[in-house]
Design a binder for this molecule. Structure first.
Ligand code: URA
Length: 433
């Protein structure tokens, strides 16, 4: 088999078979296929696409390129959840302990934030002492003991994806549904859970800018799961404004704790209940989503979801005093009111723009090696659909930097204010199974 023939076949719009796809992934992982040939193939895939079977075969080849986590020692159905990323997305911090308090086993590997989006691991690390690196044994024991563990990815999980993603990043080949879907799903499948719930976001702060593309991506990932016999479902959710009110690591932990006490922002609570009820159904804890929703609300109201969060933080060496009293979490030296220059209804809060402003305040990383300021970020005071008068506070910017005037103006500009009130759409737009 020759790589050049495979490139030509894809260039001419023909489907690759499993042997050819395995040859490419094995050869590229071992360094036998050079970057220039792999780049040519990736570009051919961007233009000529892949069918369902090719996408399943590509995912399977990638997931077998490294370790596959064996979670069979954990009793019960292991449930995983993945979000395609956004601004203010602290869902795992609430959803994890919430479903674990209902008896679900959540053995989750998460990532760090980059650019305008945040990462679950960074948020958890704003709790002093919190440890995201556990050995496989510790990870399994913790999930068996308390139902939940959230850790960083192991070094040898899906090495093919690491290498291919780095190449896609510099060759203009990120934007391809089969490539994105196989990249996400190969990592999720290698993480070893029995079921996967995907939260595919659309909007200014998301990978997929419109709902149609988000649905296509979700459908492709569900098809991959089906093709590889894994119960995979997806929800399509709104990222045309940040999720909840808080953006920034310690600020999001505080919002997560408030939500676990039953006082969360409406859109965020709705997402947790919607996603959680699907996970309880996947784990066979509840017969249907209506019963599951009731159970989740009860766990929020009776304190068991919050107690599970405390147990989880303690198990991963976090100092629980910071979650029992979130006023102890780091607070920035400047808290600046961002005021409206217009009157009308908030039509959009551009996530890409406000996420970048939060990053410049110190909450995020421009490059992978930057350090972040756990206290920095933004608290929204207005959401889409709210009426604002000239001079009303739109948001509060939290920062330890002194040179913030430009950023404050940019936060102001991310609010699009119009004369007419728009209809606020539900956070979960669709469910794909
Ligand atoms: N996230 C991934 O893990 N891979 C992609 O290709 C895009 C987003």
């Amino acid at each position: 088999m020759r790589m050049v023939d495979i490139i030509i076949k894809k260039r001419d719009g023909l489907a690759l078979n499993k042997e050819e796809i395995d040859f490419v992934i094995n050869g590229y992982s071992k360094g036998e296929i050079p970057d220039y040939q792999m780049s040519a193939l990736l570009m051919a895939i961007v233009f000529k696409n892949m069918n369902k079977q090719e996408t399943v075969d590509l995912t399977s080849a990638m997931l077998h390129s490294g370790d596959i986590i064996d979670l069979s020692k954990i009793k019960g159905i292991k449930v995983d959840k993945h979000s395609t990323g956004g601004v203010g997305d602290k869902t795992s911090l609430v959803l994890g302990p919430l479903v674990a308090s209902c008896g679900v086993k959540l053995a989750k590997m998460s990532g760090r934030g980059l650019g305008h989006t945040g990462g679950t691991l960074d948020k958890l690390e704003s709790i002093p002492g919190f440890k995201i690196a556990l050995s496989e044994e510790e990870f399994i024991k913790q999930v068996n003991d308390i139902g939940i563990a959230i850790v960083g990815q192991t070094a040898n999980l899906d090495p093919a994806d690491k290498k291919i993603y780095a190449l896609r990043d510099v060759t203009g080949t990120v934007e391809s549904i089969p490539l994105i879907a196989s990249s996400i799903m190969s990592k999720k499948l290698a993480s070893g859970s029995d079921t996967i719930l995907l939260d595919v976001k659309f909007g200014s702060g998301a990978f997929m800018k419109n709902i149609e593309d988000a649905k296509k991506l979700a459908k492709t990932m569900v098809e991959i799961g089906d093709g590889l016999n894994k119960d995979t479902r997806a929800i399509i959710t709104d990222m045309t404004q940040p999720l909840g009110l808080a953006i920034g690591n310690a600020l999001e932990v505080k919002e997560a704790v408030d939500t676990l006490h039953g006082h969360g922002p409406k859109d965020f609570v709705e997402l947790c209940l919607g996603a959680g009820s699907i996970m309880l159904e996947q784990a066979n804890i509840c017969k249907n989503r209506e019963l599951a929703r009731k159970m989740l609300i009860e766990k929020l109201n009776n304190g068991e979801a919050f107690n599970k969060f405390v147990e989880f933080v303690k198990a991963q060496h976090g100092d629980v005093n910071y979650v029992l009293d979130t006023n102890k979490l780091p607070l920035a030296k400047h808290i600046i009111e961002v005021r409206s220059q217009q009157e009308g209804y908030v039509d959009e809060i551009n996530c890409l723009e406000i996420g970048e402003s939060a990053m410049r305040l110190g909450a995020g990383r421009k490059t992978i090696n930057d350090t972040i300021d756990m206290a920095a970020g933004i608290i929204l005071n207005k959401k889409v659909g709210d009426f604002v008068k000239h001079g009303d506070v739109l948001a509060y910017a939290h920062t330890n930097i002194d040179n913030f005037d430009e950023i404050i103006k940019d936060i102001q500009m991310s609010f699009k204010i119009l004369k007419d009130k728009i209809e606020v759409k539900p956070i979960i737009h669709d469910y794909i199974k």
